[in-house]
Design a protein around this ligand. Structure first.
Ligand code: SF4
Length: 376
């Protein structure tokens, strides 16, 4: 698979192409805290730190998988990056093809309106993300009309072309979302995101609401579209096998914080953070006769409203030492292109699995929630 500039994509993404592609998106210290109101006067009593200082970057033409348990803040991170949510802190720099690098966290509404031409989102739920009162033609045409990209008869032609490209038919323009299956609805959502020819698409769990067979079709469609239109994806998911299949690199989130980032194959073979080890250790082996020995994590995921001191993972970590209870480890580069937030990333000998990069997609989804619970 080739990226935007012709660099090798998924296979062999262990670092050979590191650094020779420009970053399309650079996120530093991003925070999104939601106030907790209580009492008669509705005073602010605390904050849910849904995103609590994440760092990540995405190169042009690549797919960065963002994986984590439900409630870890991955969807909030995606929505904050695209400015559906106002960030509490941090920098979001997008390399706009027309305006150049632009700080989204302080962009004006006019600048944001322009940036959204180049940055789109595909939402998780294909049933609630489409307006049931609008025909498919209007849904896909809306961003083109709002941004005055095309008008008149050209508009219909453009919508018909996009629908055809995502596997639907031009006559579907006059129908309404209720007439379509979940997979077809997600194709409509993809068509809508694709309408304004974006560079970056934030895919927020785009296949998690779909049947497994349909997941594979939609994933393959996303990959084909990436090749054809030089797209860059931030692919948010809780399903390790999906992330493994589609991503060039993977970022793991835990309680609002990115704890490990690495090229996909490197992350699965050679994890440097104990939480990642537990997640990938719970992936069922491809051969059902082989017995897996999932690492069971004790305790529960902490609340982002009241996270533990030091390393957020320390109450559940079998390798925790005294420093882990008081000092939060920063995300740092422990080998070329491999970042981990663990005080002992260089010295721990953690167990990985051979990556299945390039294998058939999503035949055995592994929700992170069950992986973390040590079930498979
Ligand atoms: Fe475990 Fe300590 Fe590393 Fe956190 S910093 S993952 S508690 S060893």
């Amino acid at each position: 698979m080739l990226g935007a500039d012709g660099n090798a994509g998924k296979a062999g993404s262990g670092g050979s192409s590191e650094g020779d592609r420009r970053n399309l998106l650079d996120v530093k210290g991003l925070k999104k805290h939601f106030p907790i109101h209580g009492g008669l006067l509705g005073r602010t009593r605390g904050y849910v730190k849904a995103v609590d200082g994440i760092d990540l970057f995405i190169r042009k033409g690549e797919t960065l998988g963002l994986v984590g348990e439900s409630g870890c803040g991955k969807s909030t991170a995606g929505r904050t990056i695209i400015r559906l949510y106002e960030p509490t802190g941090g920098d979001i720099v997008f390399d706009d093809p027309d305006l150049g690098p632009i700080h989204l966290e302080r962009a004006t509404s006019k600048e944001l309106s322009h940036v959204w031409m180049h940055m789109q989102m595909i939402f998780q739920d294909p049933f609630s993300s489409l307006d049931p009162r609008m025909s498919v033609g209007r849904i896909v045409a809306e961003p083109l009309v709002v941004r005055r990209v095309v008008k008149g008869s050209e508009l219909n032609d453009r919508v018909a072309t996009i629908l055809t490209r995502v596997g639907l038919r031009p006559e579907h323009m006059s129908r309404y979302p209720h007439a379509f299956s979940g997979g077809q609805r997600q194709r409509i959502g993809i068509a809508r995101a694709l309408a304004v020819s974006p560079n970056l698409i934030i895919c927020d769990e785009p296949v998690s609401a779909l049947d497994v067979s349909v997941q594979a079709q939609v994933l393959n469609l996303l990959e084909d579209l990436q090749d054809e239109f030089n797209l860059t994806y931030l692919f948010i998911a809780h399903d390790l096998s999906v992330v493994e299949h589609i991503s060039d690199r993977v970022a793991v989130m835990y309680v609002g914080y990115v704890v490990e980032v690495a090229p996909t194959e490197e992350l699965f073979r050679n994890p440097k953070m104990p939480y990642t080890e537990a997640l990938i250790g719970a992936i069922p082996p491809p051969n059902p006769r082989l017995r897996s020995r999932p690492l069971k994590l004790p305790g529960e995921v902490p609340s982002p409203a009241n996270p533990p001191s030091g390393c957020y993972f320390h109450p559940r970590c079998q390798y925790a030492q005294d420093i882990c209870k008081v000092e939060r480890p920063p995300l740092r580069e422990v080998s070329p292109g491999h970042y981990a937030a663990c005080h002992f990333a260089e010295t721990l000998s953690l167990r990985g699995v051979p990556a299945l990069v390039g294998a058939a997609p999503a035949v055995s989804p592994v929700p992170v929630a069950s992986a973390a619970a040590g079930t498979s």
